[in-house]
Design a protein around this ligand. Structure first.
Ligand code: NAD
Length: 331
C-alpha cells in the first residue's frame, strides 16, 4: 500500500483526496494546507494526519506526494519532494513562469523520482477512445484537429489576476490535448483573444475568449477554441478530421433523455463543470500514477509534457500581444 501525502486541500485537492483514498493500493496518510481549516476538514474526512508541507516531504514513511497547491508553489514543491525521495503527481501547470519551470526541470533531472503532471483529460474515457481509434488508423492520416473547451461561467476576477492568464491556466489543458493527439509539438502558434464576456477580465489584463491555431511542420493543423462562458454548461469536445473520416468525442450529458415534441428535439445539458465532467478521468489519472509506481514503469505524462504545454502557452501569449504567429523554436 502506497502512503500518500496531499499538499493543498482546496477545490482540486478535495477531488484528489477522494481518488487517493478510494484506490485499493494507496492510502491518504497526511494533508497539508497553509489555510489550517482547509487541511483539518479534509484530513478529518479521510482519517489522515494534518501536517505542514515540509513535514510531509520530510516524512520517510510517505512514498509519494500529490501537489494540489496554488500554481506559484509547484516548482518549489516538486524540487523539495523529489530531492527527499518522493514520487510526485503535480497539478498543471508546472509554474506560472516558463523560465522557472525550465529551472525546475534542470534541478530535478538527477533526483531519480517519477514526476507526473496532472493533465487529467488524457485519461478521460471519451478522449481516450478517440486517441485509440486515431492511433489504430481508423480515419487515416490526421489532417485537422479541433478542440472546443468552454467553461460554464467565468471565475472571479481575483482568480484571473493570479491565474497566469487564460493560455497558462485554461488553454494549457488543450495544448496538452493537441500534443497528446498529434504525438508532436507544433511549429508555430497564432492566437487571438478578447474580453467580451466580462470587461473586468480585460481590465485585469487577460482575455476570456480566445482561439489558437497550431501549425505543424508536416502541414497538420489544430484549432483550439476557449471561452470562459457557455450558458448551457461545460462544453468539452474534440474532433479529428483524417484522410479516411472523422472522429468526434462529444460532451457528457446530465442524463440521456431525448425529448421529441412538436416544438423540436431536446437533450439534457452537458454536465456542469470539471468536477462532474472529469471525475472518472481524475480516478484513471491516479490509477495510472499508482500503477507506474507499483510496476516500476514510466509515468505516462511527465514534467517534460508540462514544460512543453507551458512553451505553447507562452507562444500563444506572445502571439496575442504581437498579432502574428510565433514559432515555438523562438520561445
Ligand atoms: N487538472 C484540473 O482539472 C485542475 C482543476 C482545478 C485546478 N487545477 C490546478 O490545481 C491547483 C490548485 O487549484 P485549486 O482550484 O484547487 O485552488 P484552490 O485555491 O482552491 O486550492 C489551493 C490550496 O492550496 C493551498 N496552498 C497554497 N500554498 C500552499 C503550500 N505551500 N502548502 C500547502 N497548501 C498550500 C491554499 O491555501 C489552497 O487551499 C492549481 O495549480 C490549478 O491550476 C487543476
Amino acid at each position: 500500500m502506497l502512503k500518500i501525502g496531499l499538499l493543498g486541500a482546496g477545490r482540486i485537492g478535495q477531488v484528489h483526496a477522494q481518488t487517493i483514498a478510494g484506490h485499493p493500493h494507496s492510502d491518504l496518510v497526511a494533508v497539508s494546507d497553509v489555510m489550517p481549516d482547509n487541511a483539518a476538514k479534509l484530513a478529518a474526512q479521510y482519517g489522515a494526519a494534518v501536517k505542514s508541507s515540509d513535514d510531509i516531504i520530510a516524512d520517510p514513511a510517505i512514498d509519494a506526494v500529490l501537489i494540489a497547491t496554488s500554481t506559484d508553489t509547484h516548482s518549489d514543491l516538486i524540487e523539495a519532494a523529489t530531492a527527499a525521495g518522493k514520487a510526485v503527481l503535480c497539478e498543471k501547470p508546472v509554474d506560472l513562469s516558463l523560465a522557472r519551470a525550465r529551472e525546475c526541470q534542470a534541478r530535478v533531472a538527477n533526483n531519480g523520482q517519477p514526476i507526473m503532471l496532472g493533465f487529467n483529460r488524457r485519461f478521460d474515457p471519451n478522449f481516450g477512445a478517440l486517441k485509440t481509434a486515431l492511433d489504430a488508423g481508423d480515419v487515416g492520416r490526421t489532417e485537422l484537429v479541433s478542440v472546443t473547451s468552454f467553461d460554464p461561467a467565468p471565475p472571479p476576477v481575483s482568480y484571473v489576476k493570479v491565474s497566469g492568464g487564460l493560455f497558462r491556466d485554461m488553454m494549457i489543458h488543450d495544448f496538452d490535448m493537441v500534443h497528446f493527439l498529434m504525438g508532436d509539438l507544433p511549429e508555430t502558434i497564432m492566437a487571438t483573444g478578447s474580453s467580451i464576456v466580462d470587461p473586468e477580465i480585460g481590465r485585469a489584463g487577460d482575455v476570456d475568449t480566445a482561439v489558437a491555431t497550431l501549425t505543424f511542420a508536416d502541414g497538420r493543423i489544430a484549432v483550439i477554441k476557449n471561452s470562459r462562458r457557455a450558458v448551457y454548461g461545460y462544453d468539452q469536445r474534440v474532433e479529428v478530421l483524417g484522410s479516411g473520416g472523422l472522429l468526434q468525442a462529444q460532451n457528457m450529458l446530465e442524463n440521456t433523455l431525448i425529448k421529441s415534441t412538436a416544438a423540436g428535439v431536446a437533450l439534457a445539458k452537458p454536465t456542469y463543470f470539471f468536477l462532474e465532467r472529469y471525475m472518472s478521468a481524475y480516478r484513471a489519472e491516479w490509477d495510472a500514477f499508482v500503477s507506474a509506481l507499483v510496476n516500476g514503469t514510466p509515468v505516462p505524462v511527465g514534467l517534460d509534457h508540462g514544460v512543453a504545454a507551458l512553451v505553447m502557452a507562452e507562444a500563444a501569449t506572445q502571439s496575442l500581444q504581437l498579432g502574428r504567429p510565433v514559432a515555438l523554436g523562438d520561445i
